[in-house]
Design a protein. Structure first.
Length: 229
């Protein structure tokens, strides 16, 4: 894609020749921040139909006319990050990096050492959209509501009964090379009871990310990178 255009996410399904009303937050960015005007061009994507050229239809960037598809939709391979919820700064870094590294689904887990235990879901989803726009991917990762550790993993397993979950364990395991789902703990890792439960699940196998103990955000980025190999 040419870098003369920046791409923006629009939830409305897109097709060539369509007139689309832009989301209020995007209207604000285009009109008040970027100072775009009627007739200016940009790229839009909806996460399902590819990336399209578009032209702003009015002075306040309330709507746009969709032009030709500039990159056909190519569904990304599934890659899920199940993450013990870390501190806010690390969590926001993880959201951005997971998007850049191709995660298709992010499941925050409430572990014993998770801090905080609540999420601003609106801000989290806005960060995912921003990261997807910046790295020029076709889709925005889905973000699940935070769930207690066992329940969240069991729900993932029910939805993916044939899949294995690679648990990045600082105590060691097999080298990680390729996976469709990875599990990373919060700062301080999982406690003894959580580790015992995880070790007892037949669909979870332990993997190593190397000889050193990594920060939660570093471990998540490393696990996703190795999972794609």
């Amino acid at each position: 894609m040419t870098h003369n255009f920046r791409q923006f996410y629009c939830e409305a399904p897109l097709c060539e020749g369509q007139a689309v009303t832009l989301p209020p937050a995007l209207q604000h960015r285009l009109h008040n921040v970027l100072r775009l005007k009627a007739g200016d061009t940009l790229h839009l994507f909806d996460g399902h139909n590819g990336i399209f050229a578009a032209t702003l239809a009015d002075a306040k960037a309330r709507s746009a006319t969709v032009g030709a598809c500039v990159r056909p939709f190519a569904p990304p391979p599934p890659l899920t990050l199940l993450m013990g919820l870390p501190k806010r700064d690390a969590w926001e870094t993880i959201l951005r990096q997971a998007t850049e590294l191709g995660a298709t689904e992010i499941i925050p887990l409430l572990a014993r050492r998770s801090v905080p235990t609540k999420l601003n879901m609106e801000r989290a989803r806005a960060l995912l959209v921003e990261a997807a726009e910046q790295c020029e991917r076709h889709t925005v990762p889905t973000l699940a509501e935070p769930q207690p550790l066992p329940a969240g993993i069991q729900q993932w397993h029910i939805a993916n009964p044939a899949s294995q979950l690679a648990w990045a364990n600082e105590n060691g395991g097999a080298p990680l090379h390729g996976a469709s789902a990875v599990l990373v703990g919060p700062e301080g890792g999982f406690d003894d009871n959580e580790q015992q439960w995880l070790s007892a699940q037949p669909y979870i196998h332990t993997v190593t990310l190397g000889p050193t103990v990594l920060r939660a955000d570093t471990a998540a980025a490393c696990a996703l990178t190795l999972a794609r190999l």
